[in-house]
Design a binder for this molecule. Structure first.
Ligand code: 13P
Ligand code: SF4
Length: 323
């Protein structure tokens, strides 16, 4: 891994400079809900994986500064190759993408020649290129349901999301690649039950990347944006939030006055659970990537074109298929 030694000058106001560079570069800043709050506050758009792909596809800015993880920035480049796509830290990966290398995935797929392949967007461009349709946590069940019941399906790379989709879509025979998110799999049933005892009126809201023993206690399960909308619209006044801690920033803004209780991961010193990949991005690195237009996402055109087809299929199905 190449470690960057670049540092922003000490005597600058990073936020002002990022705003100035954004204009100078004709850039848009897209940020995921798991980013640090100061990055979210500077972004032009904050959203979940699906919304961020939609924004990336439609932007007319010259530069997309993607404050998220690598597969998200890569998806933006696949959808909008004319734009320069930069990411604050190239090492902002994802355990799901890293745990599903394309050569091993291609070999594994040989066992399922009569299955179609639906892949979660948390995977590399090469894995997308091996897939028939992409999905995100906000449309996974809908996309699976858009295929006839007799259609055999492989679902990769998140086995927890896959397990949840099996139930939601009533497709128990979905074949699952055994990947996991290192952040969501550290939530435990024991900790959730302890929190429920402490906060008996709070509703449990959880991301579908959690283990099914945790999801079994959830009052609502959904993508990051769906969790925020649920906290906002529900008449309940307290929520145990079982996902990455960065979401609390936007949730608190959207659901003012409501009590948001983060579920802890394994690190006892932290009340919530942070994604080490998402948190590699800092304001300083966002400034540097806008200043230097580095690190940039580059992709072989043949891979991009093969990965584009299943992403576009997802965007179409997302707009047209029934829930
Ligand atoms: P969302 O699409 O729900 O924002 O999920 C992205 C992600 O990486 C969750 O860990
Ligand atoms: Fe990947 Fe999990 Fe981090 Fe999301 S929270 S980027 S799935 S490691």
């Amino acid at each position: 891994m190449v470690v960057s030694l670049r540092k922003p000058p000490a005597a600058i106001d990073l936020e002002d400079e990022i705003r100035r560079l954004k204009e100078e570069r004709n850039a848009v800043i897209l940020a995921h809900y798991y980013q640090e709050s100061e990055i979210q506050d500077l972004a032009d758009f904050v959203g979940d994986s699906l919304q961020l792909s939609q924004q990336a596809k439609k932007t007319d800015k010259s530069v997309i500064a993607f404050a998220g993880v690598h597969f998200m920035a890569e998806t933006a480049k696949i959808l909008n190759p004319e734009r320069t796509v930069v990411i604050p830290d190239m090492a902002a990966g994802c355990s799901l993408a890293d745990g599903c290398p394309a050569p091993a995935f291609a070999k594994w797929l040989e066992q399922y020649p009569d299955h179609i392949v639906i892949s979660y967007i948390n995977c590399s461009a090469e894995v997308k290129a091996l897939s028939d349709v992409i999905c995100t946590s906000s449309n996974a069940a809908k996309i699976v349901k858009s295929f006839p019941k007799e259609q055999k399906i492989v679902f990769a790379p998140d086995r927890h999301l896959g397990r949840w989709v099996q139930k939601q879509a009533d497709r128990p025979d979905l074949v699952l690649w055994p990947g996991t998110c290192i952040v969501h799999e550290t939530f435990t049933e024991k900790k959730i039950l302890e929190l429920k005892v402490k906060h008996p009126t709070a509703l449990v809201i959880a991301h579908p990347e959690c283990d099914e023993s945790v999801l079994a206690h959830a009052d609502f399960i959904g993508s990051t944006s769906a969790l925020i909308q649920y906290a906002k619209k529900s008449p309940a006044t307290a929520f145990i939030v079982v996902t990455e801690g960065g979401i609390l920033h936007k949730m608190a803004k959207e659901a003012p006055g409501k009590e948001l209780i983060p579920a802890p991961g394994q690190d006892e010193s932290c009340a919530c659970n942070n994604c080490p990949f998402m948190k590699r991005n800092t304001l300083g690195k966002l400034y540097l990537c806008l200043r230097d237009l580095e690190p940039q996402i580059h992709l072989p055109e043949a891979v991009r074109l093969r990965a584009l087809r299943p992403i576009e299929r997802m965007l179409e199905l997302s707009a047209t298929a029934k829930d």
